[in-house]
Design a protein around this ligand. Structure first.
Ligand SMILES: *[C@@H]1O[C@H](CO)[C@@H](O)[C@H](O)[C@H]1NC(C)=O
Ligand SMILES: *[C@@H]1O[C@H](CO)[C@@H](O)[C@H](O)[C@H]1NC(C)=O
Ligand SMILES: *[C@@H]1O[C@H](CO)[C@@H](O)[C@H](O)[C@H]1NC(C)=O
Length: 294
């Protein structure tokens, strides 16, 4: 009898993930989740009316709870009243699938689809503003940021991707991790014209005829893992989609050593090149929030 109660007590403690992750809560059932992603959500105590949502995507080998601890969005959410989703990819060395046809197709049943379900769940559960849904991420998460902006332009208002690659760069690769992917993309050797990248993006959701999310990207010139030329491909991709051209470089923005590359009116797409910075560019939360407009 005593033994039985003892074990029940252990089980009760073990089934309280809330205590393990502090304010980050794991959501068990959020809807169709074809690739079995894990959903974690940070909802601040003081939630704004019609709150904004940020989907924050970890790098390869990472987890949602790990990225939650590495990024300052939760503290900023406490004052800003927005929600942060920190999902985990538990496959392919914990990398987001940015290669399969499923993930590169709107409602195609891949990772992008499961993330879209999390967004919808959060919008309806917390009466969030569907027009203020943002995505960001580092490395693999930066790649997935580009993919989400291309595959779900109807759900995402803006994105900020760190040290990633253009959406579609890994198309056809057998995997998306350093261990499973064709190396051509990370090596910076998948080169396309703006028109070709635009076709790649449009093919992910051919029926879509609305505006695309505002995209901001970051890359370090000393990145020898996801090579620096990938920034040029991201630039060609999004300036192609928006039909805008290079305007000017602003040095020292947002900090010394960085260059802010401005395109068009500066509102649809923007890039930050970080001199001497490797893999990955540190997350600049306040610049992201400004870009998102929250
Ligand atoms: C998300 O919600 C929108 C708007 O209600 C809907 O059109 C779409 O099918 C949903 N997508 C997913 C993946 O649940
Ligand atoms: C977009 O497509 C929808 C459905 O095909 C159509 O009703 C709408 O007029 C189109 N909008 C534009 C701006 O072309
Ligand atoms: C700035 O401007 C030129 C275009 O004149 C571009 O080729 C160059 O690589 C830009 N970026 C940086 C980080 O200097």
């Amino acid at each position: 009898m005593i033994t039985s109660n003892y074990f029940q007590g252990i089980f009760a403690l073990a089934s309280l993930p809330l205590l393990v992750h502090g304010d980050l809560v794991k959501v068990a059932d959020f809807g169709p989740n074809p690739t079995k992603l894990e959903m974690n959500i940070y909802v601040p105590t003081k939630l704004a009316a019609k709150p904004s949502i940020i989907l924050a995507l970890h790098p390869c080998g990472g987890t949602g709870p790990g990225y939650y601890k590495q990024t300052k969005y939760p503290q900023l959410a406490d004052t800003g009243g927005f929600i942060v989703i920190y999902p985990s990819a538990n496959h392919d060395n914990n990398c987001w699938d940015v290669a399969s046809t499923k993930t590169l197709t709107h409602n195609g049943g891949g990772d992008s689809n499961g993330l879209a379900t999390m967004i919808n769940y959060t919008v309806s559960t917390y009466k969030a503003d569907p027009k203020k849904v943002f995505v960001t991420g580092t490395s693999s998460g930066g790649m997935m940021t580009n993919v989400m902006c291309a595959v779900y332009p109807d759900l995402i208002a803006a994105g900020s991707g760190y040290s990633g690659v253009a959406a579609g760069c890994l198309a056809g690769s057998p995997g998306s991790s350093p261990q499973s992917a064709t190396p051509t993309c990370a090596d910076g050797k998948v080169n396309k014209t703006p028109a070709q990248w635009t076709s790649v993006v449009k093919a992910m959701y051919p029926e879509y005829n609305g505006t695309y999310p505002r995209v901001q990207v970051w890359h370090g010139t000393a990145d020898n893992f996801v090579n620096y030329p990938n920034l040029a491909e991201e630039i060609k991709e999004w300036t192609g989609v928006f039909g805008i051209s290079f305007v000017k470089n602003v040095t020292g923005e947002p900090q010394s050593g960085y260059t802010h590359m401005v395109f068009g009116d500066g509102e649809q797409f923007t890039a930050y090149s970080a001199a001497g910075v490797g893999h990955t560019v540190p997350v600049h939360e306040s610049v992201d929030l400004k870009w998102f407009g929250i």
